[in-house]
Design a protein around this ligand. Structure first.
Ligand SMILES: N[C@H](CCC[C@H](N)C(=O)O)C(=O)O
Length: 328
């Protein structure tokens, strides 16, 4: 029997598995097949595998529901941070991820008694090779048109370090099937993205308030994508719509978060992603004799009711600010 936790950051759902509970040396093949089976069973966006690290408090690896591994996951890192904080009785520490050691800490609640964590999103890379994106002779794409994608939009490409394409759009475009068609084309055989990409459409609600919807590589539409909301916040600063150092309110289909863009000298250094880390269920996984894992039992923690109040309040606010926006 292996214990696991069903968790979410802004309703971006992840199963947390601590590899010290796995009674054998696991492999990437197994992580991939566990992810596909368990995410299908529980309609979850991915699995966070927690393991020991020689250079940080712990290590987090994130696998999308299609079994692909990503270099980073912002909403997932908040959930992993809470798990590690409670397991090791710490408030702030570093977590090793595929390409960076990232600072995490528990912070004042964003809403009620909902456990709230701030996680570091970095590095911030604009060179198109870091996604990768092949686009004519360009080495960067910052607030520029790409007519083949959409004639009236300005696009920004960045990696944090997972890959993102961000564009600000009118409500009628985000309500249409345009994003799904464009993002699906970027995540199948195409001339631009050889490793896929996360695609976010942003609607400006008010000064310092934005709505972000993301079609995630390896998953599809999710209620929220932490690295995408962080990247979208940075794009608003690049567009002169907001300032570094000041929290920006990002709403999503699953609730809301705050982001803070940090600029050192002339360089965007990192982004703070601040939001909930909710544990909704305790799970028990059963192992087959071939080492596969399947869900044996799942019991509610009761935490989600409080989060639902915040999500409801966020939806009401969205209806007021953007009445034409179709919330998913
Ligand atoms: N689908 C993403 C990984 C998960 C990121 C997202 N869930 C987040 O919260 O940042 C990718 O393949 O790059």
């Amino acid at each position: 029997m292996i214990p696991a936790i069903q968790s979410h950051g802004s309703k971006n759902n992840f199963i947390i598995i601590d590899e010290k509970d796995i009674p054998f040396q696991t492999s990437d093949l197994l992580r991939e097949s566990w992810t596909k089976i368990l995410c299908e069973d529980t309609q979850t966006d991915g699995i966070l595998f927690i393991s020991d690290s020689l250079s940080a408090q712990a290590k987090m690896r994130v696998f999308n529901s299609d079994g692909s591994e990503a270099s980073m996951c912002g909403n997932g890192l908040r959930c992993a941070a809470r798990y590690i904080a409670e397991r090791d009785q710490l408030d702030s520490f570093q977590v090793e991820t595929m390409k960076a050691h990232l600072r995490v800490e528990q912070v004042d609640e964003l809403y009620g008694d909902i456990p709230t964590y701030s996680v570091e999103i970095s590095p911030i890379l604009f060179n198109l090779d870091s996604l990768p994106l092949r686009l004519e002779e360009k080495s960067e794409l910052v607030l520029e048109p790409v007519p083949e994608w959409e004639k009236d939009c300005l696009f920004t490409a960045l990696a944090v370090p997972n890959p993102h394409i961000i564009t600000n759009v009118p409500v009628d475009l985000i309500n249409s099937d345009h994003q799904e068609k464009l993002a699906s084309s970027f995540n199948h055989n195409n001339q631009w993205f050889s490793d896929g990409v996360n695609v976010s459409y942003v609607v400006e609600l008010d000064e310092g308030e934005f709505f972000v919807r993301t079609f995630e590589r390896g998953v599809g539409f999710t209620n929220a994508c932490g690295t995408a909301m962080s990247s979208s916040s940075l794009v608003q600063v690049l567009a002169g719509k907001w300032e570094p150092g000041v929290p920006i309110n990002i709403f999503n289909d699953g609730g809301r978060v705050k982001c803070v863009i940090h600029k050192q000298n002339d360089h965007y250094d990192h982004i703070d992603l601040i939001g909930n880390a909710t544990f909704t269920h305790h799970m028990k996984l059963k192992l087959t004799d071939t080492g596969e894992a399947y869900l044996q039992s799942i019991t509610e923690t009761g935490e989600d009711h409080l989060y639902e109040k915040m999500a409801e309040a966020s939806r009401d606010y969205l209806k007021k600010k953007a009445p034409a926006l179709n919330i998913r």
